[in-house]
Ligand binder design. Structure first.
Ligand SMILES: Nc1ncnc2c1ncn2[C@@H]1O[C@H](COP(=O)(O)OP(=O)(O)OP(=O)(O)O)[C@@H](O)[C@H]1O
Ligand SMILES: [Mg+2]
Length: 247
């Protein structure tokens, strides 16, 4: 299967003289889950922000479905089919759940060529079928929802735009184990629908269980990579060695 996303020797950072990502190359195929693991501060979220257009690479190139998307702004990337569920919340806390769901759809309706309004309404209904707990909270401010419900709204927001690639950063952090289990089911649902997924998660075992291919990031560099089967066996020892640290 051809690669949906391709990073070629990308260097990026927040200050001119400090590179957080260094010469980083990776690929994400369509319809599969690709995992990214690494210690705190390794640059995982920075990589997500760079792919989503919030940070412009200093050098290197990012290609999506064969097209060069290096330096393209986030709103334009959403229209091309790239969505992000960030580590921090992307919700508008004072707007209702419904309003939070309608905003990305409105952006698609007004895009050129735009999404037909009837299709936007259908997608909203479908999101409420997939995530029924949101239906009862439709008029509540998003900020009043529980942590798990807010995460559900983040996934529903991504679902309505039908992205081809979804970047998911630490989706289960701070959630109770039962809710975290639901989150991973939603990720599988996205993947089963044909979406390419780049998944960042502290839970290494979970990433290895879910992802077909895994990258290990250390200090902004890919220090190891392999298929799920390569990570089988003594996971702890192997990951420790690959990250090059004791923990
Ligand atoms: N907005 C910012 N401005 C300046 N430096 C930043 C900014 N965000 C992150 N950094 C720095 O970039 C480096 C990588 O941070 P990043 O958040 O990408 O790591 P991470 O792998 O996602 O870590 P975590 O596992 O804690 O989420 C760190 O040294 C961090 O301090
Ligand atoms: Mg992070």
């Amino acid at each position: 299967m051809s690669d949906l996303l391709c990073l070629e020797r990308v260097t990026a950072g927040y200050a001119a003289d400090i590179d957080v990502l260094r010469n980083l190359s990776l690929t994400v195929p369509a319809g599969k889950i690709t995992g990214l693991i690494g210690l705190n501060g390794a640059g995982k979220s920075t990589l997500m922000k760079t792919i989503c257009g919030f940070l412009r690479p200093k050098t290197g190139a990012i290609r999506f479905d064969g097209a060069d998307i290096t330096g393209i702004e986030p709103h334009a990337l959403i229209r091309r089919g790239i969505s992000c569920i960030p580590q921090e919340s992307s919700l508008f806390p004072y707007l209702s759940v419904e309003h939070n769901l309608r905003l990305p759809l409105e952006a698609l309706v007004h895009a050129r060529p735009g999404l037909p309004r009837a299709e936007a309404a259908r997608r909203l209904d479908e999101a409420l079928e997939e995530f029924p707990a949101l239906g009862a909270k439709l008029k509540s401010p998003a900020g009043d929802l529980s942590g798990g419900q807010q995460k559900m709204l983040e996934f529903a927001k991504a679902h309505v735009v039908r992205p081809r690639l979804c970047l998911i950063d630490e989706p289960s952090i701070g959630l109770a184990p039962k809710i975290a289990g639901e989150v991973y089911q939603w990720i599988r649902l996205f993947s089963a629908g044909g979406m390419g997924i780049l998944l960042v998660d502290h839970n290494v075992r979970r990433v290895v269980n879910m992802a077909e291919y895994i990258y290990v990031l250390s200090l902004g560099e890919v220090t190891a990579q392999g298929r799920r089967s390569d990570f089988a066996g003594n996971l702890h020892e192997q990951v420790r060695a690959w990250l090059g640290v004791n923990f």
